[in-house]
Design a protein around this ligand. Sequence first.
Ligand code: NAI
Ligand code: MG
Length: 319
Amino acid sequence: MKIAVVPGDGIGKEVTPVAEEAVRHYLPDAEYLYAEVGYGRWERTGEAVTDEEINLLKESDAVLFGAITTVPHPDYRSVILRIRKELDLYANLRPVFGEGFDIEIVRENTEGLYSGIEEIGSERSTTLRVVTEKGSERIAEFACERAKVRKGEIVIGNKANVMKSDVLFRDTCTKVAKENGIASKPMYIDALALDVLMHPDRYDVIVTTNIFGDILSDVCGFLTGGLGTLPSGNYGENNALFEPVHGSAPDIAGKGIANPVAALRSAGMLLDYLGVDGAKKEIEEQIQALLNKGISTPDLGGDLNTADFGEMVIAGIMS
Ligand code: NAI
Ligand code: MG
């Protein structure tokens, strides 16, 4: 079994080793492959990721990913967007759970406003929002598979009232849900974003397009104490990549205080994907046990650093 480890930039370098240690505890005999990918690398060599590294990721059974800095430099393109595209990781699953709520945001990950099809000028710039029937069908199928093992319903986050491209998305999701015997309800994304915060207990699986899912999942960090807590999985037909929802957090990078919970939960999702029974649950129980005692990194009000919190979780799963 091959696991690729890509820490990336900023706090990605600080939280990924913690997550990797958890993975290594359950899979000591796996082959671990490392790729130095990201902005730091681009600054040094002019290349953020090479074709060989893309191939290494493709050949792995799963990728453990940190975070990458993306800057608006015209020659620098988002690495994570390229990786998601090249590995065709079309489904981004972002769980948000806590006391009294358990939500899964299913974000379409390859098209929408992040299609990368842009015309940039000084007086007029455009980004093409691509919605295809095939793309909408497969993300809807993914959401329905989740719904089948959960509450049997999906909410379709959209803005079809204003953007006609979302009519195709909404109607395709509705059709796929019907075919799967899953209840579905379309909601406009703006009202949905507020209602999820007001009534998180009313939501289960939410399927939506690329940028809406990106924003909605960060917004939901409000429910869980911030971005340091939210994990995600990116799934395709042949590959999967697991990463925190957060970015490289330059404001706290290098201080050793980043919360590793999002990365640890992502490690749990990776282990679950690779069929390691019980690992995800065990990691979560250890995280909860510490948080319930008020033991955490500063973002959640505690005073532990990244490494010490990580060590306590690892010690817990080893005991
Ligand atoms: P960010 O998610 O890196 O940080 C937003 C805020 O949340 C910051 O105040 C940060 O300190 C805090 N935060 C994030 N993760 C935390 C953690 N684990 N523990 C404690 N606090 C945490 O988003 P921002 O600042 O908008 O972007 C920074 C860079 O990351 C940009 O270059 C952006 O493009 C990139 N980015 C990369 C992503 C990826 O690699 N998948 C995702 C999102 C942003
Ligand atoms: Mg985001």
